[in-house]
Ligand binder design. Structure first.
Ligand code: SF4
Length: 281
């Protein structure tokens, strides 16, 4: 059996940058909490807890006076509130997410009704929403466009960084049917975009695909979707323990990829576990 790990599997640029910022802050002797789990990975979150860094749901929950903002970013009022309550803020908003926030703000200031293509309850989308004074419409699929009246309006579109390109493009096309003017800014993450392309290529030459990452991680779920769309039998797991020997019976080629918040050592453990099945057969 040939096992191939996608060349870019594991931590993305934004997550690695945030983890480096955490490590540097710990080395400086700073004590702080993160607003929400730093990444969708329980192993990393637990490891940080051991180092005294807790994930808190609100500023009021924090027993430390420094707060760390994760890659997803937050609405500006959260930073303002933190500062007004005397918190020091370490902001690890990914620069690619920051670009989406700025693009939305610019469209809003230029008089466009902002549409965010993405998931309403995703922290990144909530953060972007805050940058347009909560005035945006959030649409998750082209089908949802019919629920809004854009007739004669100037619409500015941005997209959640981890969304699929076809969903973004199709949604813009649907809006164009009625709107007076549409200005779309492609705020998708090029790292995610490349990862989805690599996943599709790998899935095409594999009999089985294993996608490793948190079940609540948007970008991991997208990779799972992309893999299935190639017609390849695909499984989404968080850890090697979830793998089942029968998935690999009679299989010649296995592809492995992983979401942006999956540590590289978990990807390697998954590959090792699959190898151990072949020895048992
Ligand atoms: S997936 Fe892209 S936007 Fe999200 S943190 Fe990673 S690099 Fe940044």
């Amino acid at each position: 059996m040939i096992i191939e790990i996608a060349e870019d599997a594991g931590f993305c640029y934004g997550v690695q940058r945030a983890l480096n910022m955490i490590n540097r802050a710990l080395e400086r002797g700073e004590t702080f909490n993160t607003l929400g789990p730093i990444i969708h990975n329980p192993v990393v979150v637990k490891d940080l807890e051991k180092k005294g860094v807790k994930a808190v749901n609100s500023l009021d929950e924090s027993d430390k006076k420094t707060i760390f903002i994760r890659t997803h970013g937050v609405p500006p009022e959260v930073i303002e509130e933190a500062k007004s309550k005397g918190f020091k803020v370490i902001d690890a908003t990914c620069p690619i997410v920051y670009n989406a926030q700025l693009s939305a703000r610019k469209l809003y200031e230029e008089g466009y009704l902002v549409v965010i293509v993405g998931k309403k309850d995703h922290p990144e989308v909530k953060g972007i929403m805050g940058h347009v004074d909560n005035s945006a419409v959030v649409i998750n699929s082209p089908d949802e466009v019919k629920n809004y009246n854009f007739e004669g309006k100037k619409i500015g579109v941005v997209v959640q960084t981890t969304s699929r390109f076809d969903v973004f493009g199709d949604t813009v096309r649907e809006i164009l049917r009625t709107a007076k003017e549409v200005r779309a800014v492609n705020t998708r993450c090029y790292v995610t975009e490349r990862r989805q392309e690599i996943t599709a290529e790998l899935a095409k030459r594999s009999d089985v695909m294993i996608i490793v990452g948190g079940k609540n991680s948007s970008n991991t779920r997208r990779l799972f979707e992309v893999s299935k769309m190639q017609g390849t039998r695909s499984y989404h797991v968080e850890s090697p323990e979830e793998l089942k020997k029968e998935w690999f019976e009679g299989v010649e080629r296995v592809g492995i990829t992983a979401g942006a918040s999956t540590p590289p050592w978990i990807v390697n453990q998954v590959a090792e576990k699959i190898k151990s099945f072949t020895k048992e057969v």
